[in-house]
Design a protein around this ligand. Structure first.
Ligand code: NDP
Ligand code: 8X3
Length: 250
């Protein structure tokens, strides 16, 4: 069984790779940070005795996506699961003060990157006659919050694409699932606040957020349902979070 995970150098993607590896799956893992990817791959192979293929590319670059996936040896093309996970938020400011470059990076990564990956791998799954695409959306793709504007819009797009690809891929025996987490403490907020670790920590002040392993377990459960079962959509939040805007902080 082969699981393809985008954005496996940190956070949710990394925890998910670790869990599938622990359960004996072979992995294709990706990310832009080559050194991290190589180290992680070495760790997975030696700890779990599985096969790992590393693909070092930027999901925003369609040429890189296509050439990385075209380079996959035939025996690696029996991809059971594609986890469209690579993504990010950048900044949090009212629309009239938004930084255009941040908007473009979020749209290019969260929407166009996910599309490039899906457009390249879905035909391989169709040829194989099986597959499961799991898209990481967000609670921010279900409800908007103040100053979330463009990040929320990208995740609303993921929600729409998830529903839409479920219909398109239905005749091809390909399952499609969206997992929409609330607050998960990963490198996400450090990226969002551009390296300001203190500000990132503050995002989770007084609350016990989810951790990447909580999402990994959910992904693993979704991917291991019997053949006749598909989970279309999950929203998963910390016990202290009700929705995108209301959380109890102590
Ligand atoms: P992290 O910042 O910890 O990890 C993000 C991963 O995405 C990294 O491996 C990074 O790898 C990869 N990535 C980012 N941009 C690119 C790119 N252009 N090309 C290839 N890989 C890229 O964040 P999370 O694990 O928290 O985020 C994973 C997903 O979960 C994202 O889609 C995020 O929107 C979503 N999410 C996160 C929540 C949270 O609270 N943490 C809540 C809801 C959803 P590298 O930098 O090496 O390229
Ligand atoms: C990440 C969750 O609430 O920070 O998608 O937007 S939130």
């Amino acid at each position: 069984m082969i699981v393809f995970i985008t954005g496996a150098t940190a956070g949710i993607g990394q925890a998910t790779a670790e869990l599938f590896a622990k359960n004996g799956y072979d992995l294709i893992i990706t990310g832009r940070r080559k050194e991290r990817l190589d180290e992680f791959s070495k760790h997975l192979k030696s700890t779990y005795k599985i096969d790992v293929l590393n693909l070092n590319f930027d999901v925003r670059n369609v040429k890189e996506v296509e050439s990385a996936i075209n380079s996959i040896p035939t025996e690696w093309k029996k991809i059971n699961v594609l986890l469209n996970n690579a993504g990010l938020a950048l900044g949090i400011s009212p629309i009239q003060e938004g930084i255009i470059d941040d908007w473009e990076r979020m749209i290019d990564t969260n929407v166009k990157g996910l599309l490039y990956m899906t457009r390249t791998i879905a035909p391989i799954m169709i040829q194989n006659g099986f597959g499961h695409i799991i898209n990481i959306g967000s609670i921010a793709g279900k409800e908007v919050y103040a100053n979330g504007n463009v990040y929320c819009a990208t995740k609303f797009a993921v929600d729409a694409l998830n529903k839409s690809m479920r219909i398109d891929l239905l005749p091809h025996n390909i399952k499609v699932t969206a997992i929409n987490p609330g607050m998960v403490e990963t490198e996400f907020s450090i990226v969002r606040f551009k390296g300001d670790v203190e500000r990132a920590k503050n995002a989770y002040k007084g609350i016990q957020p989810l951790v990447a392993e909580d999402i990994a377990e959910t992904i693993y459960w979704v991917a291991t349902r019997p053949a006749h079962v598909n989970i279309n959509d999950i929203v998963i939040v910390a016990a202290a979070q009700a929705n995108a805007t209301i959380a109890i902080r102590k």
